[in-house]
Write a protein that binds this ligand. Structure first.
Ligand code: MG
Length: 452
């Protein structure tokens, strides 16, 4: 494997034993602690959690050692899901948080995700500052007497679940006795989702809910990886199938017929519920389906579009007091729970929507209507990407253009989003339109620009 260790806004990700070692994690922990000390002063505490990967305990111990080595205290919440760390940072008034996870990446990977005291990933400037401290090994080590202390805390799931179910009608959902199949891919999500579903009186068929970190299938919750879950839903004639990624910040849904409805519908279904109840705006990244705009428009509201990245969506939500937000990959954010993507929020609201309307998932999906989305990835150096985007701007002269992140072109029946990656020489192209033909037409037009 020739991949490099990646250090980006949301933290660090690498392959354990290849480019991610305990010493890497110690130094990254020390860098984060040093940054916090310099910006916030003394007596600091940081909440640290990990997903279920086999390397989790090793990386967790190393990060904790790094934090303690610069005099930062640690609240160790153990094996949890990513949104629980975000919630505990705020609940316990910590000065920051660290989640050990490589999200949807396979077992060889692990990562260190950083969270500030507001529950959000650091903005670009801050993350660059932390990276510099790490690269220059500019750590503020302390002596023995000032070393940070570690305090275990097992309350994350009770607090998290309580926050989520306080937003729904538990008795109503419980009265429906929903049959649910849950696939947590042996990531961290199983135990907490089962605990919440039990409170909601759901009859659960658990699939891969043991948090062993030995992923039962390729972990990203997309169609090709959820074939087995679809089969379970069909066989057990369940009302719904739920799939979490390994750190359970993303949710994908299978309908009662065993059909994968597409990860874009997770946010759309939740938006359908929230907009039916509350007035206010939504926020979503530029690569998210237009379904959410349609739902917002139906309720006289609108969607603020942000750069891709959870922190960008969360920031826009806070600034605009949004009632719902998220990303099309199944990431749903409700600020009342926390400014972080949370599969539990998605599960709770979709069950509430089903309970209130008495409708099946497939009926709700039909009501939302749909689009056809095509995603492609091409190799493009930064300068090529700039050329492609400027040629596209000349070609799509009548489109509405949004250049917050790459370039998005909005047409009457669909849109195109061209964006480059910050970490690799890649351009991602997404085309979405009401019909397959139209989406293919937009993609073809971009390909003509690239080919010319
Ligand atoms: Mg994830």
């Amino acid at each position: 494997m020739t991949e490099k260790l990646i250090i980006s806004i949301s933290g660090m990700r690498g392959i354990v034993g290849e480019n991610l070692f305990p010493q890497t994690a110690v130094e990254y922990g020390a860098a984060f602690g040093t940054f916090l000390k310099r910006s916030k002063g003394k007596d600091l505490k940081v909440c640290v959690g990990r997903d279920s990967r086999p390397s989790g305990q090793m990386i967790e111990s190393a990060v904790i050692a790094g934090l303690c080595s610069v005099g930062v205290n640690v609240v160790q919440v153990g094996l949890v899901i990513t949104p629980s760390v975000g919630i505990m940072v705020r609940e316990l008034q910590c000065d920051g948080g660290v989640m050990i996870t490589a999200s949807h990446n396979p077992i060889p990977y692990n990562g260190i995700k950083l969270i500030l005291d507001n529950g959000i990933a650091p903005p670009l400037k801050v993350s660059q500052n932390i990276k510099l401290i790490y690269e220059q090994k500019d750590f503020s080590f302390v002596g023995s007497a000032e070393s940070g202390k570690v305090c275990p805390d097992n309350s994350a799931y009770d607090i998290h679940i309580e926050k989520v179910i306080s937003l729904i009608d538990v008795e109503l959902i419980a009265s429906k006795n929903f049959e649910v199949v849950l696939d947590s891919v042996n990531g961290a999500g199983g135990p907490v989702a089962l605990q919440m579903l039990k409170k909601l009186n759901c009859q659960v068929t658990p699939v891969n809910t043991e948090p062993t970190g030995i992923f039962a299938h390729t972990p990203e919750p997309i169609a090709e990886n959820l074939v087995s879950l679809s089969g379970h839903v069909k066989k057990s004639r369940a009302d719904i199938g739920l799939a979490q990624d390994p750190d359970a910040d993303r949710l994908a849904i299978i309908d009662e017929n065993g059909n994968f409805i597409g990860e874009e519908y997770s946010l759309a279904l939740v938006a359908m519920y929230i907009f039916g109840k509350k007035k206010g705006k939504a926020a979503a990244n530029l690569s998210t389906s237009r379904m959410i705009d349609d739902i917002a428009a139906k309720h006289g509201s609108e969607v603020i579009r942000t750069a891709v990245g959870e922190a960008n969506v969360a920031k826009a939500m806070i600034e605009n007091d949004c009632v719902i937000g998220g990303e099309g990959n199944g990431g749903i954010i409700d600020l009342r729970v926390g400014p972080i993507r949370d599969s539990l929020v998605g599960i709770a609201f979709v069950l509430q929507l089903m309970a209130e309307t008495g409708k099946k998932v497939s009926q709700l999906v039909k009501e939302i209507g749909g689009y056809h989305m095509i995603k492609e990835k091409i190799r493009a150096e930064k300068e090529d990407a700039v050329k492609i985007i400027s040629a596209a701007k000349e070609k799509f002269i009548n489109a509405n253009v949004n250049e917050t992140d790459g370039c998005r072109f909005d047409f009457e029946d669909g849109w195109l989003h061209l964006r480059t990656s910050n970490t690799e020489p890649v351009m991602r192209i997404i085309a979405e339109a009401k019909t397959k033909e139209s989406a293919e037409k937009y993609m073809k037009q971009v390909k003509e620009i690239i080919g010319s």
